[in-house]
Design a protein around this ligand. Structure first.
Ligand code: GSH
Length: 213
């Protein structure tokens, strides 16, 4: 397998965590997002969306979209499972993961922030305000949900890490990088700490990647 990665990409960070949890060590290729390598023809031939991550499987299938890649890894390498067994539990874990991957992350992606500044001409402070606003909207709802639901355990769902934690930790790391105040989210940061105590999560951190700057 080969993972197309970038140390600061939170979507790629999700896949790195899942790979580590599964004990998988694919070959790596680094796509420098700040230099725009994701928009070069060679990478677009692999992923026409021009986004990382992409995973090329052992039989040369190209997979894109981090959540789809993680579910593929979970189906092909079921141990340890990243989704619980019971359908309502699976739906809960997916709901938490998608609340991050569909509702927070896309609004704060590099190309969106670049569009705000480069095309719409918004000021840097307004761009930062946009970032903070959408993180807070997403995290406030998630904090409430995780704090009040009895299914929440050491991790987002029970006492083993799942797809939900795999999505949560990179989004919090991203928020930290942008200087977001996380004190209103004690449940989220408690779960983050439990995750980062696990080597699979810790080793996937941006600063520990070979392309880190
Ligand atoms: N929904 C996609 C999001 C992928 C994505 O947005 N990746 C970002 C990095 S986290 C990217 O490649 N951005 C490049 C850009 O904005 O030009 C996934 O989960 O894989």
């Amino acid at each position: 397998m080969k993972l197309y990665d970038y140390f600061r990409s939170s979507a790629a960070y999700r896949v790195r965590i899942a790979l580590n949890l599964k004990g998988l060590t694919p070959e790596r290729a680094f796509v420098h997002l700040r230099k725009g390598v994701q928009r070069e023809s060679e990478y677009l031939a692999l992923n026409p969306q021009g986004l990382v991550p992409a995973l090329v499987t052992d039989d040369a299938t190209v997979l894109t979209q981090s959540v789809a890649i993680i579910e593929y890894l979970d189906e092909t390498h079921p141990d340890p499972p990243l989704l619980p067994v019971a359908p309502p539990s699976r739906a809960r874990v997916r709901a938490i993961a998608l609340a991050i991957a569909c509702e927070i992350h896309p609004l704060n992606n590099l190309r969106v922030l670049d569009y705000l500044i480069g095309t719409l001409g918004v000021a840097r402070e307004q761009k930062d305000g946009w970032y903070k606003y959408w993180v807070d909207v997403g995290f406030e709802a998630l904090e409430k949900k995780l704090a009040q639901e009895r299914e929440t355990g050491v991790f987002c769902h029970g006492n083993e890490p799942t797809l939900a934690d795999v999505c949560l930790v990179p989004q919090i790391a991203n928020a930290r990088r942008f200087g977001i105040d996380l004190s209103p989210y004690p449940t989220l940061t408690r779960i983050e700490a439990a995750c980062l105590a696990l080597p699979a999560f810790a080793a996937a951190a941006p600063e520990r990647q070979p392309d880190a700057e």
